[in-house]
Design a protein around this ligand. Structure first.
Ligand code: CMX
Length: 156
C-alpha cells in the first residue's frame, strides 16, 4: 500500500490529506435505458461501438449490454422489474448516465474503509459480485457530489 497526499489551500492554510486508494481508470459508465433493443442502435450503428456482451444481473433486476470505448466500457442498464432501482430512477424522469464506476487497484474493501472513514455514506458495506464477475460496491450520491459512484475491482 502506498500513501499519497492531496494538498489544497483554504483560508490561507494548507491541508494535507492522505489518500491510500488508487484509481487506475474509469471502468465503466452506467447508462439507464428503458429498452436496450431500442437504445443500442445509437451506440452501435451511429457511434460504431461494439456490443460485446449482454447479461442479466438478477439481484439488481437489470439486463445489461456492454460496449467498449477504448479502455472505458459503457454499461446499458435496462430494468427487468418495476422494483428495479433503474426503473424507479427512470420513473422519476431521469435518463442517461446513471452511475460512474472507478477501477480500484488495491482492493474495494480497503477503499470502502478509507472513504467511510472520511465520512462518505456507503450503500454497500462490503464488496459484492456485480456484472462481469467484478467485485463492486456503491457509494451514496448524497455524499459523492450527486454522482452515484461505484468502486470495482477485477477478482484475483
Ligand atoms: N444518481 C444521482 N442521484 C441519485 C441516483 C443516481 N443514479 N439515484 C438516486 N439518486 C438520488 C435521488 O435523486 C434522491 O435524491 P433526493 O432525495 O434529493 O430526491 C436520493 O438519491 C434518494 O433516491 P431515491 O429515489 O429515494 O432512491 P433510493 O434511496 O431508494 O435509492 C440508491 C437510491 C442510490 C440508494 C439506489 O439506487 C442504489 O442502491 N443504487 C445502487 C445499486 C444500483 O444502482 N444498481 C443498478 C445498477 C446495477 C449494475 O450496475 O449492475
Amino acid at each position: 500500500m502506498f500513501v499519497r497526499f492531496s494538498t489544497f489551500a483554504t483560508h490561507n492554510k494548507t491541508i494535507l490529506i492522505s489518500i491510500n486508494m488508487k484509481i487506475s481508470h474509469i471502468e465503466h459508465l452506467g447508462i439507464a435505458v428503458q429498452s436496450i433493443e431500442e437504445s443500442l442502435p445509437f451506440f452501435t450503428d451511429v457511434l460504431g461501438l461494439e456490443c460485446y456482451a449482454t447479461e442479466v444481473v438478477e439481484d439488481q433486476k437489470v439486463k445489461t449490454a456492454f460496449l467498449k470505448c477504448g479502455e472505458v466500457k459503457l454499461e446499458l442498464l435496462e430494468p427487468t422489474s418495476p422494483e428495479s432501482t433503474i426503473q424507479k430512477w427512470l420513473d422519476k424522469g431521469n435518463k442517461g448516465v446513471h452511475h460512474v464506476a472507478f477501477c480500484i487497484e488495491d482492493g474495494v474493501a480497503n477503499a470502502l474503509a478509507e472513504v467511510s472513514e472520511k465520512g462518505v455514506r456507503l450503500i454497500d458495506q462490503a464488496p459484492r459480485k456485480g456484472a462481469e464477475g467484478l467485485n463492486i460496491a456503491f457509494l451514496h450520491p448524497k455524499s459523492t457530489a450527486g454522482i452515484l459512484t461505484e468502486l470495482c475491482e477485477h477478482p484475483e
